[in-house]
Design a protein around this ligand. Structure first.
Ligand SMILES: Nc1nc2c(c(=O)[nH]1)N[C@H]1C(S)=C(S)[C@@H](COP(=O)(O)O)O[C@H]1N2
Ligand SMILES: [Mo]
Length: 162
């Protein structure tokens, strides 16, 4: 007797777009993110609605991935990096901003990861997750990231200033 085989649903690999003020904008899948050195971290964060959560994450440093995309600041002038923002968006529209200085080794040097795995489960189909071990609250641990925009246009908010 022939058994009918049920094909598992094919989920296309999630893709993340890196755009903005970058010399080398890119589209990256989770397997692409394995090209950078991988870091592992245990994180606890508190959610206002579901309490304290514990997870293990692994993946490259956000700084390593964004640095490879060539942010268009003057590398010789540290001050030039201070006007750069990083906007991270999940496929459900949840989003948050970081500043470049948060992840820059010359400034706060926060070990922010772009996780490719959570609790030993690969994130290939869901998309990478932002991991901020320094955050007490879980809200910036954005899952299913589909876009990161690096924006250096904030030269000044004063009228006519530069
Ligand atoms: N894409 C996306 N990521 C998200 C959220 C969200 O609504 N959408 N909620 C955040 C909040 S408020 C918390 S506390 C954590 C919860 O992570 P958990 O599901 O592992 O508990 O996910 C964060 N990441
Ligand atoms: Mo939360």
């Amino acid at each position: 007797m022939t058994q009918s085989l049920t094909e598992p649903p094919v989920r296309p690999a999630a893709e993340l777009t890196l755009t903005g003020d970058l010399a080398r904008p890119a589209r990256l899948t989770v397997p692409d993110l394995l090209a950078w050195p991988q870091h592992r971290v245990r994180v606890s964060f508190e959610c206002a609605t579901s309490g304290v959560q514990h997870h293990r994450f692994e993946g490259p440093l956000l700084h390593d991935v964004l640095h490879a995309a060539g942010p268009v600041f003057d590398p010789a002038r540290r001050k030039d990096r201070l006007r750069f923002l990083i906007a991270v968006t999940g496929s459900d529209g949840h989003h948050a901003l970081l500043t470049w200085a948060e992840i820059d080794p010359d400034f706060a040097h926060s070990p922010v990861l772009l996780a490719v795995g959570i609790d030993d489960t690969p994130l290939d189909a869901a998309g990478p997750q932002l991991v901020l071990p320094q955050d007490r609250c879980g809200a910036r641990h954005i899952s299913g990231i589909n876009a990161i925009r690096v924006d250096g246009r904030y030269t000044s908010w004063t009228a006519g200033g530069d």
